[in-house]
Design a protein around this ligand. Structure first.
Ligand SMILES: [Zn+2]
Length: 110
């Protein structure tokens, strides 16, 4: 989200209007590509965060490395904790990759 879009978003928020959705990883704010990501997996929680289609597919692919049985609603409490940990790790990895890209684009004085 650029500075102008951010300013508009803040002004909308101050007027009591809902700010536009933006990807929690990369900041993409094109509403056509924003999806709701189930942070702990669809079967384990209703907690959602907005992600763009690109970030959502990467995070979900990492969640889906676990078997459907482990991710199911009927999974053991231990398996649900594993799903929770893997899901948070997947989201964190995308954020770390984004931070790595930003740092590598910064000018250096060497
Ligand atoms: Zn994104």
């Amino acid at each position: 989200m650029d500075k102008e879009a951010y300013s508009k978003s803040i002004n909308r928020y101050k007027k009591g209007k809902k700010p536009p959705m933006a990807c929690a990883v990369c900041g993409e704010d094109d509403e056509k590509v924003i999806e709701m990501h189930h942070v702990d997996g669809r079967n384990n929680s209703d907690v959602v965060k907005p992600l763009c289609m690109n970030c959502h597919s990467k995070v979900t692919a990492k969640q889906n490395r676990l078997s459907p049985k482990v991710r199911s609603k009927d999974a053991s409490e231990e398996n649900k904790k594993v799903v929770n940990a893997i899901s948070l790790l997947a989201l964190l990895r995308e954020l770390v990759d984004r931070l790595d890209d930003i740092v590598m684009e910064m000018p250096t004085n060497v």
